[in-house]
Design a protein around this ligand. Structure first.
Ligand code: FAD
Length: 464
């Protein structure tokens, strides 16, 4: 058990703040995007350099503490009680190499920071639907971009190297050449192997995209969903789309016409000539009354926010499921539980159409488990207090009802596992598949033999 003197010594060794629960600044250091998953570690270390991370890891090893990691704070496991928390905000940075079309991203740099740094040079990164998500946490789970995903695969396919502090407190540079096994494990293995302090990613020479969203009233959910399913299945891989049934709050983040409304939101991006993107979109535009249509050729920095995700932080619960198919019965089930008159309070029920280059076998081996999955269903409800059990029940009911169409191989996008699922070894071994789970476990046992990194997506020996 560490004493006050031990914590004091750690504070002397580290340049950033070392904060215990009663210290001013502790709550801010333990920030998360989800207000229902507050972090309460025994100590939070605000790393300013890889050296600070190494000192924190040495301390954790000496006292047998688990290490929790916060980048952007979008996917934290409940409290991280009894753990040492490493936060990475002070290490954040982005350096662009224009000639090589790459960026070196450090600490908890968010996609918005990368977009700000790259777009002035006509370069775009494989950002996700929310630009407040941190780049490294996203890529460690694969990272599915609503613009580049189907044309170019997962974000982790475009990572050149990682800098990581492993459980032995060594700082390693990991690439396909330098440390191939760990390089594979980091692309899909989330935070199991250490604290990633930097990552080099490839960028795309793209300045603008034909992209945006169409909002239809809830009265048209049924027609929109049926048309979307048939239309999405025929799109070329340059086109990426998703659809979401949403209860939107009356807040300024949304245009007034959408305030407090129940809508169905079709998102679309086409990487290619605008005229082709526009022609492909016609069947969707013709479905019904459009409340708002923002789809147009636009600079990448605007197109990147095409999902209009909440900026947060917010109190929310979520669930996800990989779907093998969307027959009429599956769509009717969705409409019945979330459409007009259903009483659904869920903020968003989203279907992402995957496929295209997301199914491509990567040039280097990895552990992204969702290749070949046709659709991802993701839903969340926003609210605290008395709403918590109500939203929980609605999510449970929805996902139980959709289970008949679940992917038989249990494939899911790792980045969308709920906190409970990310902590459940059974769910994880299902999602990775037994063979890959065991391979990942063997690499984990080599680099983290005492399971120091056990706070999220933890790969551990399976129960017999
Ligand atoms: C609004 C919203 C939209 C999203 N959209 C997409 C999307 O379009 N596509 C997609 O693929 N995902 C998406 N996600 C999921 C997102 O990619 C994951 O939640 C990701 O884990 C967020 O990383 P973070 O650093 O922001 O979160 P954190 O909560 O800080 O990190 C989550 C976990 O990742 C690991 N981790 C994070 N940083 C590091 C690091 N530097 N070293 C080692 N381990 C680390 C740790 O295990 C940590 O517990 C979205 C999430 C939200 C909330």
């Amino acid at each position: 058990m560490a004493t006050d003197t031990d914590f004091q010594q750690l504070a002397e060794e580290v340049d950033g703040p070392v904060l215990r629960p009663t210290d001013p600044g502790y709550d801010a250091e333990c920030f998360t995007y989800n207000l229902l998953t507050p972090l309460r570690p025994v100590v939070a270390v605000g790393a300013t350099s890889p050296g600070d991370v190494q000192a924190a890891i040495r301390f954790a090893a000496r006292f047998g503490l688990a290490v929790a990691i916060r980048g952007g704070g979008h996917m934290q496991p409940y409290t991280a009680q009894d753990a040492l928390l490493v936060t990475l905000d002070r290490l954040s940075g982005v350096t662009v190499d224009v000639d090589r079309a790459t960026a070196r991203v450090t600490g908890a740099a968010r996609w918005s920071e990368v977009i700000d740094a790259t777009t002035p040079y006509g370069l775009a990164p494989m950002s996700g639907s929310s630009t407040t998500v941190a780049v490294i946490g996203y890529a460690l789970g694969g990272g599915q971009s609503p613009i580049f995903g189907r044309p170019h695969g997962y974000a982790s396919d475009h990572v050149r190297s990682f800098d990581i502090v492993t459980a032995d407190a060594q700082l390693r540079t990991v690439s396909a050449e330098a440390e191939p096994e760990l390089f594979a494990a980091l692309r899909g293995g989330k935070g199991n192997f250490g604290v990633v302090t930097a990552m080099e990613i490839a960028l795309f020479r793209v300045t603008s995209v034909f992209a945006g969203g169409i909002y239809f009233p809830a009265s048209q959910i049924k027609e929109v969903l049926h048309t979307w399913r048939d239309w999405a299945a025929r799109l070329p891989k340059q086109a990426t789309t998703s659809v979401a049934i949403q209860n939107l709050p009356p807040i300024d983040e949304y245009p007034e016409v959408l305030h407090g409304s129940h809508v169905v939101h079709v998102r679309y991006a086409y990487l290619g000539p605008a005229a082709t993107g526009r022609a492909l979109l016609e069947p969707m535009r013709g479905v019904g009354t459009r409340l708002l249509d923002t789809i147009a050729q636009q600079p990448y920095r605007e197109a990147a926010a095409l999902h209009n995700d909440p900026v947060g932080p917010i109190p929310y619960q979520d669930r996800s499921l990989g779907l093998a198919a969307l027959p009429d019965e599956a769509l009717e089930t969705l409409v019945g539980l979330t459409g007009l008159g259903s009483g659904s309070l869920l903020a968003s029920i989203e279907l992402r159409a995957l496929g295209g280059a997301l199914d491509r076998v990567p040039a280097r081996p990895d552990f992204v488990p969702s290749r070949g999955l046709p659709y991802q269903l993701f839903a969340f409800g926003v609210g605290d207090g008395a709403l918590i059990p109500v939203l929980h029940d609605q999510l449970e009911r929805l996902f139980a009802a959709m289970r008949p169409w679940a992917d038989l191989k249990h494939r899911r996008m790792l980045n969308f596992l709920s906190p409970e699922e990310a902590l459940d070894p059974h769910t994880l071994s299902e999602v990775y598949g037994a063979d890959n789970y065991d391979r990942l476990l063997a690499i984990k046992q080599r680099f983290d033999p005492h399971t120091m990194f056990r706070m999220n997506h933890t790969v551990r020996p399976r129960q017999a």
